[in-house]
Write a protein that binds this ligand. Structure first.
Ligand code: IPM
Ligand code: MG
Length: 358
């Protein structure tokens, strides 16, 4: 029997609530299938850990994580710790050294969910955003000089490397090729950003030659927001830089009905390091502790983790269970306009897993 070691890092705020729900669902799935085992270890890293120890995770944290098959991550961010500390101390401290360069964000309007766009049916919006996750605007290059003086300067330098851009383009073209429409949109801003983004466009064209069956086009990021809103059916697979895709993926999540639903995989496709799976939403301190966080994003994230581990039937079973739950408006949490609790949605998904005989 296949057995997988999962490191759960709930992190902050509702991260703790949704990861607890996700782990329950994963155990139910393993019990239902009987063909694989999950060995889940939970780590209390995050802002509370930071307040007690001065660091977001222990020094040997990454060494510890190397022994796991996958990381199941909640959210980071606390009202009383600066956001750049929490982000760089935990999420980016894992993503970047583990070379999880492909951040993959599927977006669909799930059954029973109403998106905000008029005249857009569920079938009109079925996208996967591929976010470059190792460099670009999040490279961490820059600095500040003459602090506090009128002549203070700060630089925030984007880094684009031929190796980094080529590998994310290849990943995106391959993914587009594997989807029925074989359609890729390369997001850029090469009209204004005339160095890195121009190289980005050139490399896209080079890589495209190896994928003659993929139809692709190029879209400036500002115009892309309009196309996503006005012609969602014209898009399928999308590739964009770290920051552009960060912004577009929030838009995508909103257009699909709620940020509470959207999943992410941070993949190291070569499997030299464990990959990390997390809902897109943040720690949401405004609703923490109320038991009303939407666990669907975390469940959908679990399907991506199972797929990465090679447990496709279990991933599909979980997706069917999620869709049964979203189809029932009485199981909608407040972010979807309903009154359901995290507990109720979790119980319904577990019941659907056990009742699913497909
Ligand atoms: C995301 C988030 C993060 C990001 C935040 C928490 C820094 O918005 O995963 O999209 O910008 O990468
Ligand atoms: Mg974001």
């Amino acid at each position: 029997m296949n057995s997988y070691k999962i490191a759960a890092i709930p992190g902050d705020g509702i991260g703790k609530e949704v990861i607890a729900a996700g782990v329950e669902v994963l155990h139910a799935l393993a019990a239902r299938d009987g063909s694989f085992r999950l060995d889940v270890e939970t780590f209390d890293w995050g802002s509370d850990y930071y307040k007690a120890h001065g660091v977001m995770m222990p020094e040997n944290g990454r060494e510890t994580l190397k022994g796991f098959d996958a990381i199941y991550f909640g959210a980071v961010g606390a009202p009383d710790v600066p956001d750049h500390v929490t982000l760089w101390g935990l999420r980016l401290a894992i993503c970047q050294p583990f070379d999880q360069y492909a951040n993959v964000r599927p977006t669909r309007i799930l059954p029973g969910i109403e998106g905000p766009l008029r005249n857009v049916a569920a079938r009109d919006l079925d996208w996967v955003i591929v976010r470059e996750n190792s460099e670009g605007e999040y490279a961490g290059q820059g600095g500040r000089s003459h602090r506090g003086l009128p002549e203070e300067v700060a630089t925030e330098v984007s880094i684009f490397t031929r190796a980094g851009v080529t590998r994310i383009m290849r990943y995106a073209f391959r993914l587009a090729q594997s989807r029925p429409r074989k359609l890729l949109t390369v997001v850029t801003k090469s009209n204004a950003q005339r160095h890195g983004m121009v190289m980005w466009d050139e490399i896209a064209a080079e890589v495209a030659r190896d994928f003659p069956d993929v139809t692709w086009d190029k879209m400036l990021v500002d115009a892309m927001t309009m196309r996503m809103t006005l012609k969602p059916q014209s898009l399928d697979t999308i590739v964009a830089t770290n920051l552009h895709a960060d912004i577009l993926s929030d838009l995508a999540a909103a257009l699909a009905g709620s940020l509470g639903i959207a999943p992410t995989a941070n993949l190291n496709p070569e499997r030299n390091f464990p990959s990390m799976f997390e809902p897109i939403h943040g720690s949401a301190f405004d609703i923490t502790g109320k038991g009303i966080a939407n666990p669907v994003g975390t469940f959908w994230t679990a399907t991506m983790m199972l797929e990465h581990l090679g447990e496709k039937p279990a991933a599909e079973r979980l997706m069917r269970a999620i869709e049964r739950a979203t189809a029932d408006p009485s199981l909608h949490t407040p972010d979807l306009g309903g009154q359901a609790t995290t507990r109720q949605v979790t119980d319904a998904v577990i019941a659907a897993i056990h009742g699913d005989n497909a």
